[in-house]
Every structure is written in C-alpha cells, then in structure tokens.
Design a protein around this ligand. Structure first.
Ligand code: PEP
Ligand code: MG
Length: 537
C-alpha cells in the first residue's frame, strides 16, 4: 500500500482500477512545403472538421452537464476562429514555408506561453485550452481519432486532461480523476465538480499504477494505491456514508429550511473568495452569511485596490442574484498575516492588533474597502459586517467613517445603497455582555463561535495541545449565544451564527430553541443542516 497526496477539487470517495492515460504529445515533424495555398487549404479543412467536432461535443455536454459547463466547447470553437491565432498559422505557412501541422503546433505553443505567463488565474487556466485546441487541429490534419476508451469502471490517472477529453469519457465508467497538472480553475476541474466526481490535482503520478486498485479520497486529498484490507474496508464504509449523504443532498435541494413547527431559518454559506460561489449554488445556499474578505488580501502581494475589491464584491452580489450577501470587513492579524501590512511581532497576536482594530487605526485601508463595498451595493443585496467588536464606541466610530465615505461617494455621483444593512460579529465576551446596548446601534448580529469560544474559554484556537478542552459546547458559550439572541430580539434585530458551531447538527435544535434566525456554514454542510432543521419540532 502506498499513499500520495494532492489537492482535492471535489470531495467524495472512489474505489476502483486505475486507467493510466499517457499524454505523449503527438509527434509533429517540420517539413518544408512549396505550395502554400494547398497547405493553407489543408489547414482550413482541418479547422472546419475541428469546429464541427467541437459543436458535437457542445451538444453532448449540454445534455450531460448543462449549458454553463458546455460553454467551453463554444469558446474553443471561437478561439479557433481568432484572427491572431489564424494569422500566426498563416504567417508560418506562407513565410517560413512549413507544413500546417508544424505551423499549428508552434502557434499553439506561443499562445500557451502567453496565457501561462499571465498573472490572472483565469487567463492562466486558458493555457491548457490553447493546447487542447492546437492538438485537435493537428489530429485532424494527421487523421488521428483521439479520445480515451474505457472498458470498465476506472479512475483516470493522467499528467493532465483537456476538457474535451474529460467530456468524451464514458460517464458510466468514470469513477474519479487524478492529474499531476491542472489548476482548480481549469475547465476540467469545473467539469469534474459538475459531474460530482472525486478529483485530485497535483499528485506525482506513475504509469506503473495502470491496472492497480486504488482509492481516491477527495476529503483528505489523498490517493491510496493497492490499499490493504483494513484500509479498503474503512474506505468502503466511508463511501457508503458518502453516498447516503449525497442522496440526501439531492432530495433537499430547493426545499425550505423550516422546522416541523414552522420556524424558518435563513441558511447561508461561508465563503472566502468569489470562486467558492459554484459550491454555494451547487448546495442550494440561500445567501452568503460570511464572505471572509481578508482572503482577497491574503491572496495578494500588495494591498488589493478599490477596483479589485469592487470587482470581487460585485461578482458575488450579482452571482447571488438579489439574495443576501454579507461581506465581513478585513479580519487580518492573529493567525492571518500578510507581509505587506508589516504588522510586526506580537507576543499575543490573537489578543493583539487585528481586524477592526487595524481598520480603525489605518482608516485609509478601511475606507478603500468601504468604498468598494458601497459601490458594489448598487449591484445586489449586500450587507456589511464588522469583526472583533468589543464596544459601542467602536461601532460609533465605524458609523462615522461609513457616513463620511457615503458622503464622498454621493458627492462623486456614485451609485450605492445608502440604507445598506450593517451588522457586527459577536465574538468577544465584551460584545456578549454589551449586546443589549450594541443591538441599538446595528442591524444584525452574527455570532463568531470560533473566536467567541477562544476568548470565552481563554483557549488559543491555534494551540493543538488544548484541543481536548477547546469545547464550543461549553455552557458559557451556549449561554452567551442565548443572551445575544435575546438581546437582539429585544431591540428588533436578527441574530445568526457564522462560526463553525453553526454547522454542528447536534446543536441545531438548541439554536432553534434560542430563537436563532440564521445559520451560515461551509457550503458542503448546507444540506445536512437543512435536514437537521427540518427534523426539529
Ligand atoms: C469566528 O470567529 O467564529 C468566525 C466566523 O470568524 P473567523 O473564523 O474567520 O475568525
Ligand atoms: Mg473570528
């Protein structure tokens, strides 16, 4: 038995035989030609065949994975008609007097490099599309049929997979994908997710695995080759549980999150980046309850600009189509550090310079984010939420800053929602104790049980030595939640939970009994929590 790890792009367990797909590149030889018109005709004919094939693939994909995922084949057909690409091929045939295969291969390589060198992850992922397109035309020129034939249920292991290869695979016989290359943004990854197939990327693959039994664990991101009996039995059990969960997932999509006695819960999703949206929509999230905006800062080499932030917030707001999107302002510091902030060493960072404390000190950074958020509020149903609050005074300071930013935007004639909903996270004991006063100043409370547990129990959430006593079920935490909800309701505002505890279905009934109005959980937990709510009296 051997175990390898990679990055999971879709959760799930697959057990089966490996089918190793070798990606030896089609050998393209350079030959000198004299009849450039004839060579151009060969190219045009091959391109027409490739476009015809892509149209067929589009039709197949629409039926199997839906219009959105199928769109890539239309994009490929369009890329084939791109003037720059065609001029590149033409130039090589007419001026370098080379055969069409060689001209297409070199032009494909040029475009591959151009996309691969781009900073933007989306365009970077298009490099693989370029390779796919060039290889398709070359195969038409050489009369090759291509495609991967599966004769039995298989785990496909390959250096890389093109979207066209992925969609052509017989879905009935496809168990999982494992590739060495590829990015989670690639269309192959998107297709794997749409097909609900466990998939790993970044695994150091070996062609000797062909025909061997393996397990793909999309939860831990691992691949087990020739598992021993005990491991196999454990995975079979996990797989059965997984299938059960998926069946549940299907039946609960589109259903209301309401208890038997009629208590409606708003069931939202926690996300870190716009790319998590697919997962939210897939799992029928009713909105976004926590967009951890600091991930935009963490994934950046420098302060993200107002425009960059605006684009990300707008994208999420538009994608949710009018559903609530609660964006939390920057929560950096403690365990989330970025070099360009120069936060410096602190003996006790969890209790240090972090989150709203930084924002109220570095108002330039805060105002940039607020401008982006407010501008995006014209494109959807955005709410703003402030983290790590300990006092009414902080809220008053925030309001003053927000008002000044609003006045600024108004003076500039920029559209935004002046009545934007604004709430705070309750994640410190001080905020719990002051929640009656705080409730008079804000529109909602969202309880961050991860930090609330840390600060209530005085247990560093990063310290694994204390895992055994780091208990979010501690009565002090539960009483705090109850107090916060009661104080929210007394002031006529709503209260939810966005910490991990919100997804703990052993407490769903307790939360409902406290009157919690909203739960925001990781996308993959949404349907499990919906079931728990629907099972409650
Ligand atoms: C929390 O503290 O519960 C929370 C949701 O915020 P984070 O986990 O990002 O600190
Ligand atoms: Mg927190």
């Amino acid at each position: 038995m051997e175990k390898f790890s990679g990055k999971s792009i879709f959760k799930g367990i697959a057990i089966g035989k490996i089918s190793f797909v070798s990606k030896d590149k089609q050998q393209v030889r350079r030959t000198k030609i004299s009849d450039t018109a004839a060579e151009m005709k060969r190219y045009e004919d091959a391109k027409a065949l490739a476009v015809e094939e892509l149209n067929g693939l589009y039709e197949k994909a629409v039926k199997e994975v839906g219009e959105d995922s199928a769109e890539i084949f239309n994009v490929h057909a369009m890329m084939l008609e791109d003037d720059d690409f065609n001029d590149g091929v033409k130039d090589k045939i007419e001026n370098q007097l080379v055969n069409a295969e060689y001209a297409v291969a070199r032009t494909g390589d040029d475009f591959y490099e151009m996309f691969d060198n781009m900073e933007d992850e989306y365009f970077k992922a298009r490099a693989a599309d370029m390779k796919d397109i060039a290889e398709r035309v070359i195969s038409k020129l050489s009369g090759a049929s291509g495609g991967i034939n599966l004769t039995e249920p298989s785990i496909i292991v390959s250096e890389d997979l093109a979207p066209s290869e992925t969609i052509q695979l017989d879905k009935e016989k496809l168990l999982a994908f494992v590739t060495e290359l590829g990015s989670s943004n690639s269309h192959t990854a998107i297709l794997a997710r749409t097909m609900n197939l466990p998939a790993l990327i970044g695994v150091k693959i070996d062609k000797e695995w062909n025909g061997k039994i393996a397990v793909v664990d999309g939860y831990s991101g691992s691949l087990v080759i020739e598992p021993d009996e005990e491991t196999l039995a454990a995975y079979e059990k996990k797989q059965a549980e997984d299938l059960e969960k998926r069946a549940l997932l299907k039946t609960l999509k589109g259903k209301e999150t309401v208890s038997k006695s009629g208590k409606k819960i708003h069931l939202y999703a926690n996300i870190g980046e716009p790319k998590d949206l697919a997962n939210v929509i897939d799992n029928d999230g009713e909105g976004i309850g926590l967009f951890r905006s600091e991930f935009l800062y963490l994934g950046s080499e420098d302060f993200p600009t107002e425009e960059e932030q605006f684009a990300a917030y707008k994208k999420v707001a538009e994608a949710m189509g009018g559903k609530k999107v609660i964006i939390r302002t920057l929560d950096l510091g403690a365990d989330k550090q970025v070099e360009y902030f120069n936060l410096g060493h602190e003996d006790n960072p969890a209790m240090g310079y972090r989150a709203i404390r930084i924002c109220l000190d570095r108002t330039d950074i805060f105002k940039t984010q607020l401008r982006a958020l407010l501008r995006a509020s014209a494109f959807g149903n955005i709410s703003i939420m402030y983290p790590m609050i300990i006092s009414v005074n902080e809220v008053l300071q925030i309001k003053q800053i927000v008002n000044s930013v609003m006045d600024e935007l108004e003076a500039e004639g920029v559209k935004f929602n002046r009545n934007i909903e604004q709430g705070i996270m309750i994640e410190t004991p001080a905020a719990v104790i002051m929640s009656d006063e705080l409730a008079k100043e804000v529109d909602f409370f969202s309880i961050g049980t991860n930090d609330l547990t840390q600060y209530t129990l005085a247990i560093d959430r990063q310290n694994s030595k204390l895992d055994n006593i780091n208990d979010s079920h501690h009565p002090a935490v539960l009483r705090s939640i109850k107090t916060v909800v009661e104080n929210a309701h007394k002031a006529g505002i709503w209260a939810g939970i966005c910490g991990e505890l919100g997804a703990d279905t052993t407490l769903t009934e307790t939360f409902l009994s406290y009157g919690v109005d909203e739960l925001s959980v990781s996308p993959s937990f949404i349907l499990g929590v919906r079931k728990a709510v629907r099972d409650c009296d």
